[in-house]
Ligand binder design. Structure first.
Ligand code: C2E
Ligand code: MG
Ligand code: MG
Length: 636
């Protein structure tokens, strides 16, 4: 308790001897406090600013103690305590100069002398502030007008106000000088090297505006930059906001772990940067969402070119800890001033455009169109209605026959979902499956199709299999094999008569878990087909990762089969690879005799398409299977 002298004479009068003793205790205590504090503070992890303040408190404590004692203690004792004091003030990290009321130095500590590289012969008690600053000018740490500088400080502190200045010391270090007036007259100047603190502040400011993972501007800075860019749009020019969402990023994270997910995001950020001109801005808004501001656009084709560049950059596989990962993205674009000059409106429109791109099957981009708002609302309605349909039986499974090219017999039928909407009529699965996938409804829906299709196929001739489509989302739920086993058990269908169709998207992420599920399914005895082969990622390496029973060649190749393009050689290659690994091939979307004949020549095993039959109801397929069997038998 250095400031509480505590003991008073009876009657409340102070005892002079005790007062002296108390004053001495105050002084010694103050010095001890200052020394202890400076030693503690020098080693503690306190924030520099707090440390500075506390040191100042300690130093002021010493000064008050010193002033209290001055006229009370003998010269000798004073000298001893001055020494202690100088130990204390020389051990604080800040520079410190104590001036008396006539602007002469009482104390100037060692850190001050070192900070500015001064001579201790000049910077010592008795020296005037003018001389000290002049000396700093001579030695290069001050380049202003000495008189003006000193007068300004003296004037301010004499009014009882503090001053604060920033200056630079040799070596480019940032120095903060604070002059605080003292009640007893004079003032104390503390000089602090705030280089580290400034750097820390800068770092904090950086963290507040940049994403820590990718070092791209974050949402906050993105909005600031966009606001600036919107103000700077010149007549005749446009600005584009691109919302970029990495497709199926969640499955990378789930399957390969966050570390690899992070690497992928960093890689995407790196590639995005390479696509932009210096005035454009790329940002990470969070998760797998990125954004770009493209400035000074003269023609909309510049934006399409940028988008093409972004796709080319991110579609190229990224190496992440030994995994080669391909990515793709959905991109929504809004243009200013056309789609709005107001920041939030523009962002909302870019978001709607992104929603539109996702709705169109992802891996694509969309410019904002006025109808998108209505469509987004429609989609939300669709989601609610789909929920309803699942619970009250508004869904139906149709079946499309698949024929063996060699003998024209129906070898299997593919179950294809149909939704009979009370007002809108039939809704295509291409429209509602993505909604179901996004909302997780696909799991319920998938179970329903499995059960329905297995139960139906149990009524078909034994040689006819049933094929059921399985979404990549169902692979993530981990109960797929269980659901399949349950559907087989409930229907009594032999496992070998069930074929599951999966798309490449299941395997795209180098997904060990997906492979495990596939092997579980294989153990159950069901067949597994790779659907829509050739679309999107189309890598033959997937065929080596899992021994599929069948490859279904996408409709897009069949459509161009007779043309001059590469389709027929691609089909030929797939057929050859499949044959070499004991897989069969099914051509999807066969619509003409010519296509069928070509496929037969190319050695394809099966065909499916409107040429023979579209997907038809369960009742119709039963009838077809009966008559077809009769026809096939009589034809044989
Ligand atoms: P998919 O599995 O590739 O199914 C083949 C699609 O091609 C079906 O479209 C079918 O009607 C259509 N198609 C068949 N032959 C022809 C033809 O000759 N010409 C043309 N232009 N099209 C033909 P659909 O029924 O609209 O289904 C679209 C997609 O929706 C399916 O593609 C499948 O990916 C998905 N899907 C359908 N039902 C289910 C389901 O129960 N579960 C899951 N996860 N997805 C399903
Ligand atoms: Mg299919
Ligand atoms: Mg298909």
């Amino acid at each position: 308790m250095p400031f509480d002298s505590g003991h008073h004479m009876p009657g409340g009068l102070p005892n002079p001897a005790e007062k002296r003793g108390a004053a001495r205790r105050v002084a010694v205590g103050a010095v001890a406090l200052a020394v202890a504090m400076s030693a503690y503070l020098a080693t503690s992890a306190w924030d520099a600013r707090e440390r500075g303040l506390l040191v100042l408190v300690a130093v002021l404590t010493v000064i008050v103690g010193l002033l209290l004692r001055r006229h009370r203690l003998s010269e000798q004792r004073l000298a001893a305590e001055r020494l202690q004091l100088s130990v204390a003030v020389n051990n604080i990290p800040q520079g410190l100069v104590l001036y008396d009321a006539s602007a002469r130095i009482i104390i100037c500590n060692q850190p001050y002398i070192e900070m500015f590289g001064l001579s201790p012969d000049v910077a010592k008690p008795g020296c005037t502030m003018y001389r000290l600053i002049e000396h700093r000018k001579e030695t290069g740490s001050f380049d202003g007008n000495v008189e003006e500088f000193c007068n300004a400080i003296i004037r301010t502190v004499s009014l009882g106000k503090a001053t604060r200045q920033l200056t630079e010391a040799p070596g480019g270090r940032a120095i903060e000088i604070v002059n605080r007036p003292l009640k007893a007259g004079g003032w104390v100047a503390t000089i602090e090297d705030i280089t580290e603190r400034t750097r820390a502040d800068e770092k904090i400011a950086h963290l507040a505006h940049y994403d820590a993972l990718t070092d791209l501007p974050n949402r906050v800075l993105f909005r600031e930059r966009l606001a600036q860019a919107l103000k700077a749009v010149r007549p005749g020019e446009q600005l584009a906001v691109l919302y970029i969402d990495i497709d199926e990023f969640k499955s990378v994270n789930d399957a390969l772990g966050h570390a690899i997910g992070d690497e992928l995001l960093k890689g995407v950020a790196e590639r995005l940067r390479t696509c932009l001109k210096p005035t454009d801005v790329a940002a990470r808004l969070g998760g797998d969402e990125f954004a770009v501001i493209q400035t000074a656009i003269k023609k909309q084709s510049e934006t399409t070119q940028l988008v093409d560049g972004i796709y080319a950059a991110i579609r190229c596989p990224l190496e992440c800890s030994g995994h080669s990962i391909s990515t793709d993205a959905s991109i929504g674009i809004a243009l200013a001033p056309g789609d709005g000059l107001e920041l939030d409106q523009l962002l909302r429109n870019a978001d709607l455009a992104l929603y539109g791109a996702k709705g169109d099957g992802r891996r694509t981009y969309r410019f904002f169109e006025p109808g998108m708002d209505a469509r987004a609302k429609e989609r939300r309605v669709l989601e609610l209605e789909l929920r309803q349909a699942i619970s009250d039986g508004g869904l139906e499974a149709y079946y499309q026959p698949v024929l063996t090219l060699e003998d024209g017999k129906i070898s299997s039928c593919e179950a294809l979902l149909r939704w009979r909407h009370p007002e809108r009529g039939m809704i295509s699965p291409a429209e509602f499956i993505p909604v179901a996938e996004e909302t997780g409804l696909i799991n319920e829906l998938g179970r329903w199709v499995l059960n329905t299709a297995c139960a139906e196929a149990a009524n078909w001739p034994e040689e006819v299999r049933v094929a059921v489509n399985v979404s990549p989302v169902q692979f993530r739920s981990q109960t797929l094999a269980l659901n399949v086993a349950a559907a087989l058990a409930a229907s009594g269908l032999a496992a070998s008569r069930l074929e599951l169709e999966i798309t490449e998207a299941v395997l795209i992420r180098d997904d060990e878990m997906a492979l495990e599920v596939l092997h579980q399914l294989r153990k159950l005895g069901v067949r597994v087909a790779l659907d829509d082969f050739g679309t999107g990622y189309s890598s033959l390496s997937y065929l080596q990762r899992f021994p599929f029973d069948k490859i279904k060649i996408d409709r897009s190749f069949i459509k161009d089969l007779a043309g001059s393009g590469a389709s027929s050689s691609i089909v030929q290659a797939v057929v050859n690879i499949a044959a070499a690994s004991d897989m069969t091939t099914t051509a999807e979307g066969v619509e003409t005799e010519q296509q069928r004949n070509l496929l037969y020549i190319l050695g394809c095993t099966e065909m499916q398409g409107f040429l023979f039959s579209p997907a038809i109801t369960a009742v119709e397929i039963r009838r077809l299977l009966l008559t077809h069997r009769g026809q096939a038998v009589s034809a044989a």
